[in-house]
Design a protein around this ligand. Sequence first.
Ligand SMILES: Nc1ncnc2c1ncn2[C@@H]1O[C@H](COP(=O)(O)OP(=O)(O)OP(=O)(O)O)[C@@H](O)[C@H]1O
Ligand SMILES: [Mg+2]
Length: 222
Amino acid sequence: MFVNKLGLQHYRNYDALNLDSFGDVNLILGRNAQGKTNLLEALLVLALTKSHRTSKDRELISFGQDHAAVTAEVEKKYGTVQLDLRFSSQGKKAKLNGLEQRKLSEFVGALNAVMFAPEDLEIVKGTPGVRRRFLDMEIGQVQPSYLYHLQQYQKVLVQRNNLLKQAWGKEAELAVMLEIWNEQLVEHGVKIIKKRKQFIKKLQKWAEQIHDGITGGARSSN
Ligand SMILES: Nc1ncnc2c1ncn2[C@@H]1O[C@H](COP(=O)(O)OP(=O)(O)OP(=O)(O)O)[C@@H](O)[C@H]1O
Ligand SMILES: [Mg+2]
């Protein structure tokens, strides 16, 4: 998969940018705050429909503007695909080859990207929640069903928590409801855990090889 073209309009500090010559490896050089990270962020935004740096899409729109657009031409095994993602106060709209996608999840996966930024060392150093978020971002790009179960899980969890808040003193009445939520939580949770385990197993194979290459095969026990 290659990105042939990238276009930004009113995106962060870019008023208009059109890039159409990429190599296999690309170095982006610039002064502090010139927009290097913004450029990489835009690519990840195209892959995920959201930023890794903020949950507020509004921040992606240039100050003083009312909309932003990120577009790209991506070359895949079976031809090129045009990606078009637009942000405005009405929300976001995603098009593939000019066709608006009904659900953003149908757009996710058209471009696959893995971000590695200094703060990503938290994946190793940080709490398990950081690692789960990383897995969610990566698996979600290649398996739409994963995103579905993740969304359902989160929905059920919110509803179950609401029920628990109301349950004080009337546990018996709500026990049946709770059981239904529990069942659903387990159903989606099992799917999520299974997919995470499969993914980690694959990652481990790669990681072991790279690790052996760095350390000459020596492994520490912690
Ligand atoms: N919504 C926005 N509208 C306009 N400018 C923005 C917006 N959001 C961020 N910026 C600007 O983008 C700049 C930061 O860009 P970025 O983080 O990509 O810099 P960088 O080149 O990665 O810098 P560094 O070398 O420090 O990492 C800042 O000047 C900031 O004011
Ligand atoms: Mg930066």
